[in-house]
Ligand binder design. Structure first.
Ligand SMILES: Cc1cc2nc3c(=O)[nH]c(=O)nc-3n(C[C@H](O)[C@H](O)[C@H](O)COP(=O)(O)OP(=O)(O)OC[C@H]3O[C@@H](n4cnc5c(N)ncnc54)[C@H](O)[C@@H]3O)c2cc1C
Length: 370
């Protein structure tokens, strides 16, 4: 039987090669049929078990697939992250009926997004104001979510909101009356990732859309969603680092200044050496975190935080360095390193900013080591 990861990677390469990725970045959209084809092949959420039509990949294999997507197109990889978080949240926390209703769709052509952030609730999600009211078998949602990756393509949005003294996660189909989606205008990067505002104008749904645990603390469901997201972003950053390294090395080998290839100027070679080291470090932290996931290790939360923090910092640094190596040849839209430069910067903001990652890591160290 063909290796499902290899098949997934082949499909990604066929659908999202360099020319397509540049075109999507320019137009700000990935064709819907491409998204549907990747969903139907199970590629957007590779860890979903085979019983739900998924590829049933380990975290490590799914990570390698995600890194491959990251080498091609950060917007598409962002959709994989959102779809994966939604699918994992359903698999981990959903009822049997919720899993059976949605997981085969998410591996059968449908797409999903996850909405936590609001205008006044970014790093501080406890400031969330979206309300989830539950009365007489009906759930009512009111509020506005911001920067929801993939919402422009989504059939389902997992919406988090206030529920009594705690938080609830709600499975909201995007065709529900009272839900509207507006694009975030002119994003710096990941321009085809469908970032959107999601307005919930008192929309009413049957209570079966509530994930179990409603009214519990925010950390309950959100932590496992963020851990999946951090690991996925980390693998995507590894992909960006690899593609920037390749572009810089290829350019430096052939472009001549002062009578010899750039690569023979030591200040340029030094940049490429640093990129090799960054790729190695990123690979190791991603592999470690994925193994923690696959082995059910208690170290997973920390390992995913470290992986996301290290790889996003390195991806932003490597992409900037790759633009520098290419000089004016990398300084225009339509050049992969220019796209990576814009895309990579955003990776230091999502799934917990670099500052919040550092604070959380420091908090863990202070508990364990002081
Ligand atoms: C490309 C992209 C995709 C996204 N996708 C999604 C999505 O799919 N779903 C979703 O719900 N949200 C999404 N977001 C939102 C994202 O989660 C938030 O942008 C992020 O949590 C930061 O919040 P903020 O932008 O409001 O920044 P703020 O919280 O206002 O922070 C601004 C700056 O202040 C720093 N800061 C804040 N608090 C502290 C502190 N206590 N100590 C030190 N520094 C601090 C931050 O690190 C940052 O540098 C996305 C954002 C982007 C850019």
């Amino acid at each position: 039987m063909a290796d499902p990861r290899a098949k997934g990677a082949e499909l990604l390469t066929a659908l999202a090669g360099a020319d397509q990725a540049e075109e999507w970045d320019r137009t700000g959209a990935i064709p819907r049929e491409v998204v549907e084809e990747l969903s139907a092949a199970g590629v957007l959420c590779g860890q979903v078990p085979e019983e739900y039509g998924g590829l049933g990949l380990s975290a490590l294999d799914n990570g390698l697939l995600t890194a491959h997507a990251g080498t091609l197109c950060a917007s598409l990889r962002s959709l994989m992250t959102s779809q994966g978080i939604a699918a994992w949240t359903l698999e981990r926390w959903g009822t049997a009926a919720q899993r059976e209703r949605w997981l085969p769709r998410l591996t059968g052509g449908a797409t999903a997004a996850v909405a936590l952030s609001e205008e006044g609730a970014g790093s501080d999600l406890s400031a969330m104001r979206t309300r989830v009211e539950h009365e007489g078998g009906t759930v009512r949602l009111t509020g506005t979510k911001t920067w929801v990756t993939g919402a422009a393509y989504a059939d389902l949005i997992v919406v988090f909101g206030r529920y009594g003294d705690g938080v609830a996660a709600v499975l909201v189909p995007t065709d529900a009356p009272g839900l509207t989606i507006d694009p975030v205008p002119d994003p710096l990067g990941c321009r085809a990732a469908g970032h959107s505002f999601v307005h919930l104008d008192g929309l009413e749904l049957d209570e079966e859309v509530l994930l179990p645990g409603a009214g519990g603390p925010l950390g309950f469901v959100a932590q496992s969603a963020l851990t999946y997201g951090r690991l996925s972003v980390a693998w995507g950053c590894l992909g960006m680092i690899s593609s920037c390294l390749t572009a810089a090395a290829r350019h430096a080998a052939v472009r001549e200044q002062f009578g010899k290839p750039l690569a023979q100027h030591q200040l340029v070679a030094g940049r490429i050496g640093d990129m090799v080291a960054a790729e190695q470090v990123a690979t190791r932290v991603c592999e470690h975190a994925a193994r923690c996931w696959d082995q059910g290790s208690a170290e997973l939360v920390t390992a995913a935080l470290v992986a996301k923090h290290v790889t996003s910092t390195e991806a932003a640094r490597v992409a900037a360095s790759a633009v520098q190596v290419l000089g004016s040849a990398g300084a225009r839209d339509g050049r992969p390193v220019a796209r990576a430069y814009r895309d990579a910067k955003l990776m230091e903001i999502i799934e917990g900013t670099s500052e919040l990652c550092r604070l959380e890591l420091a908090g863990q160290a202070l508990v364990r080591r002081s």
